[in-house]
Design a protein. Structure first.
Length: 95
């Protein structure tokens, strides 16, 4: 996992489809096998876009990891995965 640094290269304007693929990959590699993991979803403005729509330049894709923990762990925050800026957060199933 690579933390986000403002001067790091990322895709200038990935399509929503590219962003979703990057999010799926990150979740599979970093979260899906962890205790308490229940699922993940894309939030923010992304669900209002079509798969071929481009995200605004420099925009992140919000990825929410659902956990069975009543108090979710601290969020990892912004990172670049497969050239896409993701912002990872945890939410409790109870929320």
């Amino acid at each position: 996992m690579q933390p986000y640094q403002p001067n790091q290269p990322s895709l200038l304007s990935p399509t929503l489809s590219q962003a979703i693929q990057a999010a799926r990959s990150w979740v599979a590699e970093n979260a899906a096998d962890k205790p308490g993991y229940l699922g993940a979803y894309i939030g923010g403005s992304a669900p209002t876009l079509s798969p071929e729509d481009r995200l605004p330049a420099g925009s992140d894709t919000d990825v929410y990891l659902v956990t069975s923990d009543p108090i979710p762990p601290p969020k990892p925050g912004k990172l670049i995965h497969q050239g896409v800026l993701l912002e990872i957060s945890f939410v409790s199933w109870q929320q």
